[in-house]
Design a protein around this ligand. Structure first.
Ligand SMILES: Cc1ncc(COP(=O)(O)O)c(C=O)c1O
Length: 300
């Protein structure tokens, strides 16, 4: 299927306080964010007309901006309402939602305190998913040569655009070798995450997940941990040495875009998606379709 360029679509994009025709949602080439990566964003999914954990995403957007030294000029209530309005304008009930905030063109240079903070929200349909059976085969991940940077090297707690540079490099290298995506270790050589999702490892029947010391503590990750607890599955959060990759029997990744996706291999280590992965995948698929009040009760 031919890819429709993202600047040439029908619909509406919310930009700096108002919905605009999609093709008119433009910015200047001298926007600070384009040159210096002074942008933070979110990735959300709307299921059956509700954005899953919307307020958590909105709060992370605001917090990510603060970590990059700027204040988004809208309240959490206003951003939530704008996400919902953008979906409604595009008549979507099943879609991906992408809010982004960035430093504009008002000043150029490394120091750019006079820049204004701009915000846009776009939404698009995310195509058909594989059925559970097909996804149970698992995705194939290459081991990335890039590593997640130390938290005193980059603003790793923020969902900052600049942090994705090594993700894109790693994913492209993996795809060139015939893999689906890449998996990254951290600056110390411990297990980190995939390029856009957190990871879980089943070792001797217990689920292990790396402590998010230098990567996002994902909203999906937190939801999966709550679901595992409800099932009374044992879950251990710890620093995981790379040698644990060879000890796991089942591995899955979890993220807003990836949802819960089984992993067939990470480099030379192969895994067989099994009952724990299937159960959490099904529980997550059910959770995202509950109404927001019920979701909050289940993940509390
Ligand atoms: C690098 C990275 N790690 C983890 C995640 C998972 O985060 P979440 O579950 O909040 O989408 C994402 C997705 O946003 C991501 O891009």
């Amino acid at each position: 299927m031919a890819l429709i360029p993202f600047d040439d679509r029908d619909g509406f994009i919310w930009l700096d306080g108002a919905l605009r025709p999609w093709r008119e949602a433009k910015l200047h080439v001298l926007s600070h964010a384009l040159h210096y990566a002074s942008a933070v964003f979110e990735g959300e999914r709307c299921y059956s007309g509700n954005i899953f954990r919307l307020r958590d995403h909105t709060q992370r957007l605001i917090d990510s901006g603060r970590i990059l030294g700027f204040e988004i000029p809208y309240s959490a209530d206003e951003i939530d309402a704008a996400c919902i309005a953008t979906l409604a304008a595009n008549k979507f009930t099943e879609a991906y939602v992408r809010p982004i905030a960035w430093r504009g063109p008002e000043e150029m240079g490394v120091g750019a305190k006079a820049t204004k903070i701009h915000v846009a929200i776009a939404t698009w349909e995310w195509g058909a998913y594989f059925g559970v059976e097909q996804r149970m085969k698992g995705v194939r991940l290459a081991m990335a040569k890039w590593r997640r940077p130390a938290p005193d090297t980059a603003p790793t707690a923020s969902k900052a655009a600049g942090l994705y540079m090594i993700g894109t490099l790693s994913k492209h290298a993996a795809m060139d070798e015939g893999y689906d995506d890449a998996f990254m270790l951290d600056h110390k050589g411990d297990i980190a995450e995939a390029t856009g999702a957190n990871a879980f490892f089943v070792i001797d029947g217990v689920i292990h997940t790396p402590t998010p010391t230098c990567f996002l503590d994902g909203i999906t990750r937190r939801s999966v941990m709550a679901l595992a607890k409800k099932r009374q599955m044992q879950m251990v959060e710890r620093v995981m040495p790379a040698s644990d990759l060879a000890r796991a029997s089942e591995v899955f990744v979890a993220g807003t875009a990836a949802e819960v996706t089984p992993v067939a291999c990470i480099g030379d280590n192969t895994y067989t998606p099994g009952d724990i992965t299937r159960t959490l995948m099904e529980d997550y698929n059910a959770l995202v379709r509950k109404n927001p009040a019920e979701v909050m009760k289940l993940v509390a």
